[in-house]
Design a protein around this ligand. Structure first.
Ligand code: CMX
Length: 431
């Protein structure tokens, strides 16, 4: 048995007991009250989900299993000679709460290699899609089409016991994760590189292999992708993609259904699509102004955007109230590897100008940049210039967090999710 599965087998009984005790002793304790405003307003701030893989503090940003991004940049195992954490090591952490050692990571990497082959019918499905299909539609469709491979669905149909659900869920999650880099890179090369594909390199890690199959030459792109997948992995469970994954899986749908649905939510412009919108906004400004804009020019451009009723993509957040540490980590990478890139310089200048403007504008509760404000310009720098593809990158990373949460949903035997709705009439008369 794999070392990660053994570790889960050791932890799960302990955690089941811990949750059982909490529900017995504190089951009736109120942790949140819901106002009418929240019911109409996207349930902002309502505490009604439990997520142990990560936690989002409005001022401190994300922590994964209690560790901040800078702590994990230091502590998680890396590929030799590189600086970004290995995403597969991070998956171990998300699942177990423990930082894996080198042997454990290598064991997991071996398992990934054994499972990375993608069946031909997936390539046939992608080939059959319309030329103008959005890469996120292709990505979600490819994942959904793998559903017939689900060991969870098979076990369920054969009458598997509830206590054992987590085991095939884990297997499905790892089987799917192992394939995602190849599926993502295939979509990229099918759509934008004339259908000329690069085979996976069995000697490379999960993120490095993705970079290799994308066909980007510069060696540091591998580390950028490791960093990118690590940073985009998880943002506790209330965001649209993670929450969708959890909700769909709560009906005992397998990970193929759940992750495909989660990615459909990620594809929205207020969520993951903002990364493509953000670079588009910056590039259009640079094109219009004929080069790197001055602060005064950015100020005018930002006001024009706001006055025309649009949002400034990459800025604001439903929970965060300061600069997203995921933005900071990418900015540090940019300052180290490509400080003279004019788009990177524009992103930096926008960061110096836009928060002040949003504050004056007075609507956004958070004037600071989120993860999407930086990711696109780094891709562009390394030659991945097709904006439409950027959300697929977010999706590959986000799959790490969602799959880890789904394994735990099954391990803790969580029930189907079913909040109560009320009518407007009820609110008028009863609230
Ligand atoms: N530019 C202009 N206006 C903004 C804004 C921005 N960047 N961010 C928020 N606002 C506006 C909202 O549209 C809202 O206006 P209305 O009252 O007219 O509807 C008002 O400020 C209050 O919004 P909020 O409570 O601060 O923000 P929400 O929690 O409703 O929404 C988010 C959060 C991220 C959708 C919003 O900030 C936004 O649209 N940002 C731009 C898109 C973006 O970057 N999305 C990516 C988020 C990260 C991710 O999930 O990937």
């Amino acid at each position: 048995m794999s070392q990660l599965k053994e570790k889960l087998q050791e932890i799960i009984p302990r955690e089941r007991e811990r949750v059982r005790k909490i529900v017995t002793e504190k089951g009736d304790k109120v942790i949140s009250q819901v106002t009418v405003k929240q019911a109409y307003g996207g349930m902002r701030g309502v505490k009604c989900l439990v997520c142990d893989t990560s936690s989002l503090d409005p001022m401190e940003g994300i922590s994964f299993r209690g560790y901040t991004i800078p702590q994990l940049m230091e502590k998680l195992p890396k590929s030799p000679g590189n600086e970004a954490p290995l995403p597969e090591a991070h998956w171990w952490l998300l699942l177990t709460g423990e930082i894996p050692n080198q042997t454990q990571v290598e064991n997991l990497q071996e398992e990934i290699k054994e499972r990375m082959a993608v069946p031909q019918y997936i390539w046939d499905i992608l080939d059959a899609m319309p030329e103008d299909a959005h890469p996120m539609t292709m990505f979600s469709a490819a994942i959904l089409s793998l559903q017939s491979e689900s060991l969870f669905a098979k076990g369920y149909n054969e009458g598997m016991k509830k206590e054992d659900f987590w085991d095939p869920m884990y297997e499905d999650c790892l089987n799917l994760l192992a394939k995602l880099p190849q599926i993502g890179a295939r979509i990229y090369r099918l759509k934008y590189k004339g259908g000329i594909y690069l085979e996976p390199d069995p000697n490379l890690d999960w993120g490095g292999n993705f970079a290799h199959m994308m066909g980007v030459e510069k060696p540091e792109y591998k580390d950028l992708m490791r960093l990118y997948f690590f940073l985009h992995s998880d943002h506790e469970s209330g965001n649209v993609s993670a929450h969708t994954g959890h909700l769909v899986a709560s009906a005992l749908s397998d990970v193929y259904y759940s992750l495909s649905a989660a990615l459909d939510g990620l594809a929205g412009p207020l969520h993951g699509l903002a990364n493509q919108m953000c670079l588009k906004w910056i590039m259009e400004m640079m094109e219009k102004l004929g080069g790197t804009p001055t602060k005064e020019q950015i100020e005018k451009y930002a006001w024009d955007t706001l006055n025309s009723g649009q949002v400034i993509p990459g800025y604001g957040h439903a929970v965060l109230r300061k600069t997203d540490p995921r933005f900071v980590a990418q900015h540090e990478f940019a300052l180290k590897h490509c400080p003279d890139d004019p788009i990177v310089q524009t992103v930096t200048r926008v960061y110096e100008v836009v928060p002040g403007i949003l504050q004056k504008h007075g609507k956004a509760k958070n004037p600071w940049p989120n993860v999407d404000a930086h990711s696109g310009c780094l891709q562009y720098h390394y030659g991945v210039k097709e904006f439409d593809f950027y959300t697929v990158l977010f999706g590959i990373g986000r799959a790490l967090g969602i799959t880890a949460e789904l394994v735990w949903d099954r391990a803790l035997m969580l029930p189907i999710e079913r909040p109560k709705s009320v009518t407007t009439k009820w609110i008028e008369e009863e609230a």
